[in-house]
Structures are given as C-alpha cells and as structure tokens.
Design a protein around this ligand. Sequence first.
Ligand code: GAP
Length: 428
Amino acid sequence: MERVVNLCKRRGFIFPSAEIYGGFRSTYDYGPLGVNMLRNVKDAWWRSMVQMRDDVVGIDAAVLSPGQIWEASGHLATFTDPLVDCRSCHERWRADKIAGTCPNCGSSDLTEPRAFHLMFKTYAGPVEEESALAYLRPETAQGMFVNFLNVVQTARKKPPFGIAQVGKSFRNEITPQNFVFRTREFEQMELEYFVPPGEAEKWFEYWTAERMGWYLDLGIPADRLRLRDHEPDELSHYSTATADVEFLFPWGWDELEGIANRTDFDLRAHAEHSGEKLEYFDQGTGERYVPHVIEPSAGATRTMMAFLIASYSEDEVSGERRVLLRLDPRLSPYQVAVLPLSKNEALEPLCREVLDLVRPLCMCDYDVTQSIGRRYRRQDEIGTPWCVTVDFDSLNDRSVTVRDRDTTAQVRVPISDLTTEITHRLRG
Ligand code: GAP
C-alpha cells in the first residue's frame, strides 16, 4: 500500500489536494498520469456499459440539486452514519467500523452513537436562506430517476433498458481513509437498469455476472475478487437485495461496487413527490407499469486504486530490481513511449515522425532524458506496455525496436508497419 501511494505521488498519478497549504481533509488531485488512467477506467466502463450495448443510453446530470430530490429519495431522512466520540482522545469514529474500542488510543469509553448526516449543503443564489438550500449529490443515481420520462420519450427505449452516468459525488464521510478508497469527493459509474417487475431477479443475476467479468477482463486476478451478499441489516433503505463486488485490498476484503435491486422504490417516491406519472406504457400490450431497477454502482476512483494495487509488481531484469505496473494496456496512462536511443539530435526528426504516426492511435510519451535503460524502467514503473526505440540503424533501415513491458522482449518493426503493429497490440 505504502509503495503504491509513494509511486502515485512521485510519478504524478495522485497528489494530496492543496498540498502547499498542508493538504485539505483527505481530498486528492489527479496528476498528469492519474488523469489519463482515471479517464481510461471510466472509458472502459462506458465502453462496456453503453457503447457495446443497444439497451443502455447515457446522461450527465447536474451535481447541484434541490432538496426535493433528496426528500423523495429518502436521503434527507436516512443518509446518515452512526458517529461515536472517544471520551479519552476525542477522536471521532463510525460506530459500525470499529469493534467497541477506539482505534486511536484503545479506550472503550465511547459516547452513544448518534446519526451524522452525510450530505454536503450549500445555498443556490445570493441569499442564504432555507428556501435556497441546495445539495451536492451523494450518488449519481437520482439523476437517472428524475430524468426517467425525458429519456423514455427521447431515446424511445422500452424496458429492459438502462441509463448510465459517470460523475462526481460527495459525502461528508466521518472517517475518510485508505488513500482514495474513501474520500469526501469521488467519482461514481452507475447504471440504472429498468425492467418489467417480474424480471428483476433475473436481471440482478445477469448484472452481477457482467460486472464481475468486467473486473476480471481488465486484469484483476480472480483470487483477489469476490462477491458478497449483504446481510438484511446492511441493506440500504431502497434495496431488497445487494451483492458487493469486493477486492482484496492490503487491509483485507473491501467493496468496489454494489449491485442492488432497488425495486420500484425510487420511481414511486419521485412520482409521489413530484406528481408526475413515472411509468412505462407498453403500446403493444396496453400494459402500464412502474419498472423495477437493478443498479450496478461502482466507484471510479476506488476502482482505479484497485487496478494500481493489483498491477504493482517488482522483479529483476539483468540482475537489477525493477518496479512495474502490469496494467492492462487499456488502463495505462500511456500506451506507447517513443524513446530516442540517445539525446543525439540526429534522431529527433525520425522520433517526431514516429510520434506523428502513433499519436492518433493512443496516448504517447516522448522521453529523451537519461540512459535508455533508466527510461525503460521509468516507463515500466508507470505501466507503459510498449516502448518504441529509435536508434541510429533506424535512420538507414527505417525500422524501430518495440519493447514489451512485461517480458522485456524486443522486436524490430519497419516504421511502415508500426501503426498496424500497435493497432494489433491495442486490440489484444
Ligand atoms: N447509488 C448507490 C450507491 O451510491 P454506494 O454503495 O453508497 O451505492 C457505490 O456507492 C460505490 O461508490 C461504492 O461501491 C464505492 O465504489 C463508491 N463510493 C461510495 N462512497 C465512496 C467514498 N466515500 N469514496 C470513494 N468511493 C466511494
């Protein structure tokens, strides 16, 4: 864990936010490499959940939202965590995450749990009064429910169909911890999949299997991934069944994603509070019903962290220790690094030519500093799957060397074949 956190800081994946002011309460900024990788995680999700399907469409709803949404959804009333104070060292804890003793000082002299509300509030407009209260969304999901009619009418979808969204959510967590695992500002990737009421169980099973497959396909090892059904007392207020996809983090098994059967809870609640009929009318059968919802809900930032941890390895090449991220190329910050063998200016025009060829296909880094061996290590450490090296022979034979991160195997490829070679490798 510590090595991954250090690597993130040292190489520009993730920085503590507002660091020059001493940091800001477990918030983080994504640096030049992190922003590429996080985008790749979200793109991989979007590709599998939206692009490759004809039954799912996307939206991007507002982060700022009126109290009515959260009144209807039940969040204003129930979105709390049980908070306890340690009377000895005055630390605050989530009562459900500690076993009756303070993790800081070991004292069992704790206050009675009290409900702590997790939503961030602000005021919309110039006057700070009750009627101007607005909330930062604690989940992206409600954006899909309140747009249900808009999407049904404009996208002409018929259940079973889904609405997907990726975006920021905010929770005033009592104990943000474990790097970006639990933060107050984070990104979610959520699908609300609307189905005829009798089909909910079938689709719950379907999405559970789909989502497990997504993590495995992108390289999470099977022995670090498991499904865990929620106990009845763990279920959210809207759910009748939830299965968590869990990853084996350095501190033990913990949640990456929840797949919930939200029934017709949200559509009914919004219909009641807004006065709009949130139903589906099947013109073929003349049937009118409130769809039930299956919701696979994943954290993008948390998932990125799991990919970093799962891919982190150390090995030895030619007697030298190296650190590498064995990331799936679809997730790596850069897919290709173009490296001149030396700083000699004679190599630069051909390097530029190679970059111009490969850049339209994927993210490329261009690195001229230090020895070629050091530059290979630097690319291994950030998970770049292929280094393309331009050497002095390249000037005559118009070929380059393509080096593989994991095996360190090198092959010579004519520049005229390079785009085909990289395209082929990108497709896996
Ligand atoms: N719409 C359902 C929902 O929000 P959740 O289990 O509270 O369900 C879904 O959140 C996912 O969002 C979690 O599995 C986790 O990956 C991510 N998540 C939730 N709270 C988080 C936090 N404070 N920091 C980072 N990720 C978080």
